[in-house]
Design a protein around this ligand. Structure first.
Ligand code: CO
Length: 165
């Protein structure tokens, strides 16, 4: 495994469309392992897309610290979205920035694993947020494109809700 350098906002590659994965080989496995290692370093991130290390392929890895642990998504398709939730997001490619983004409360996604096998997953809460955020990276969208401006009262309300949970 090896650490990879993270591409930061301003680099045009982050705005490009990633291509589907066709070969499920040892090179893909190495890439996935490197992505995870890069994400876990210093507990920096809960998700990383291949484009963030300069690889334009439809791949992302997430681990939001829940019972699912590390999840790998290759050629994913989010095919159901339900409800809405606001969360203060950040991104490894946008250091020092954060902002509230509205995402679905619940999603269904299908994707391939590192062996090319298709799986289906229902996700909600933070996992749904994280998957949607990474999914956006595959089409050149960053969370900063979607930040909603909230009033101080709205932010205080959201923070109180989060403390209750
Ligand atoms: Co990101």
């Amino acid at each position: 495994m090896a650490l990879r350098e993270i591409v930061v906002d301003g680099d045009p590659i982050l705005r490009k469309i990633s291509r589907p994965v066709e070969k499920f080989d040892s090179k893909l496995a190495t890439l996935l392992d490197d992505m995870a290692e890069t994400m876990y370093l210093d507990n920096r991130g809960i998700g990383i897309a291949a484009v963030q290390i300069g690889i334009l392929r439809r791949i992302f890895v997430v681990d939001v610290g829940d019972e699912h642990g590390k999840l790998e998504f290759i050629n994913p398709e989010i095919y159901e979205r339900e409800g809405a939730q606001l969360y203060l997001e950040g991104c490894l490619s946008c250091p020092g920035k954060n902002g509230y983004v509205e995402r679905p409360e619940r999603i269904r996604v299908r994707a391939q694993d590192r062996n090319g096998e298709w799986f289906d997953l229902e996700a909600e809460g933070l996992l749904a947020i994280c998957i949607c955020h990474e999914y956006d990276h595959l089409d050149g969208t960053l969370f900063i494109d979607k930040v909603v401006e909230l009033t101080e009262e709205q932010i205080a309300e959201l923070e109180a809700e989060e403390e209750e949970e």
